[in-house]
Design a protein around this ligand. Structure first.
Ligand code: ATP
Length: 318
């Protein structure tokens, strides 16, 4: 496998962190601070250079076309649960809420197990903390668009694959992930039917009151108490995110008091799984006609000599 593929990709070097998110024997995979930091840096980079960023560019269909045909969709009990995606600006409490839900209802919620090329440590098991894979396999997965996002940390690659998400859903559990808004276009598929919940900060006085003991993650991978500037930045970044991406959000939940926000989130997720919701029209097309459509597209592109596109169109991600 040619390593230049990864060199050209939007990987950012990120800082390592203390391992393990194990609480009372429950493995909370995917909460590594390094990946969160990477995401944050990637998002900031994206905001600074919007003209070259795929998701902000006119090529991103979900953003360039704010109108899309939607239909009412009711999930049947035989179908996999819908993927739940939490979106929010760094520091608003997305991880705290996600962790809270998994801790409260571990038989209902689960996060996807990330992949890594880092060597397995004593006491770890592949498929529990991580899927431990070789660099070759990781790069192969990158080339085949298997990752929704990935990052490099002290020479080791980390990533969240769409297969890991599907694995959770296939087992009938609600897969709950947090994502940067620019990853949403890759998630919006008929198979995953993501339900996107935007987490918004509360009013400033509620922020001050509730975040007294909260710790903000700095870019130097250390934690400290929130300051007034942090609140200001949080509110501003959140407002911008909401303005720019709101057409991709299904619901908004305000994260003021943690118990109240968690309870609201639980009820919103229950509605998303059990009640009728608006979804993009192609998500309700029967599987057989989708397969035919994909086959047709694949053949057309092969004739044009674009063999490589065939793989994308027949991939499960779409
Ligand atoms: N509703 C809340 N009330 C009080 N503290 C909260 C609440 N939500 C989150 N916190 C605290 O705020 C801090 C930041 O939360 P969290 O780590 O979940 O942020 P985040 O949105 O995931 O951003 P990042 O990935 O940058 O950490 C943590 O100390 C967390 O315990």
């Amino acid at each position: 496998m040619n390593t230049t593929v990864l060199d050209k990709s939007p990987i950012k070097h990120i800082i390592d962190e203390a391992e393990s998110d194990v609480i009372n024997g429950l493995y909370l995979a995917g909460f590594r601070r390094s990946l969160r930091l990477w995401r944050r840096m990637a998002y900031r980079g994206c905001r600074l250079s919007c003209s070259s960023c795929y998701s902000c560019s006119p090529h991103s269909t979900s953003l360039s076309n704010p109108y899309e045909e939607v239909v009412l969709y009711q999930r049947s009990p035989q179908e996999n649960p819908r993927l739940i995606v939490l979106v929010g600006t760094s520091g608003v409490g997305v991880n705290e809420l996600r962790k809270n839900l998994i801790r409260m209802k571990p038989s209902l919620f689960k996060g996807p197990i990330p992949h890594t090329t880092r060597p397995m440590r004593e006491g770890e098991q592949t498929g529990r903390e991580y899927h431990f894979v070789t660099r070759e396999l990781f790069e192969y997965m990158v080339c085949n668009n298997r990752f929704l996002e990935y990052g490099l940390c002290r020479g080791h690659l980390y990533g969240t694959s769409s297969d890991a998400i599907r694995e959770v859903l296939r087992k009938g559990r609600i897969c709950i992930i947090d994502a940067e808004p620019h990853s949403l276009h890759a998630l919006r598929s008929r198979k995953l039917k993501p339900y996107v919940i935007f987490i918004r900060p509360p009013e400033r006085d509620v922020l001050r009151l509730t975040r007294q003991h909260a710790r903000i993650l700095t870019s130097c991978c250390s934690c400290r108490a929130y300051t007034e500037e942090d609140y200001e930045e949080l509110e501003e970044a959140s407002g911008l995110m909401e303005m720019k991406y709101r057409q991709l959000f299904d619901r908004t939940v305000e994260n003021g008091r943690l118990e109240e926000a968690t309870a609201e989130l639980l009820s919103v997720i229950q509605e998303a799984q059990e009640e009728e919701q608006w979804v993009p029209a192609p998500w309700s097309v029967p599987e057989e006609s989708r397969r035919e459509e994909r086959r047709d597209k694949g053949i057309r592109e092969e004739r044009r000599g674009g063999l490589t596109y065939t793989m994308d169109y027949t991939s499960d991600v779409y």
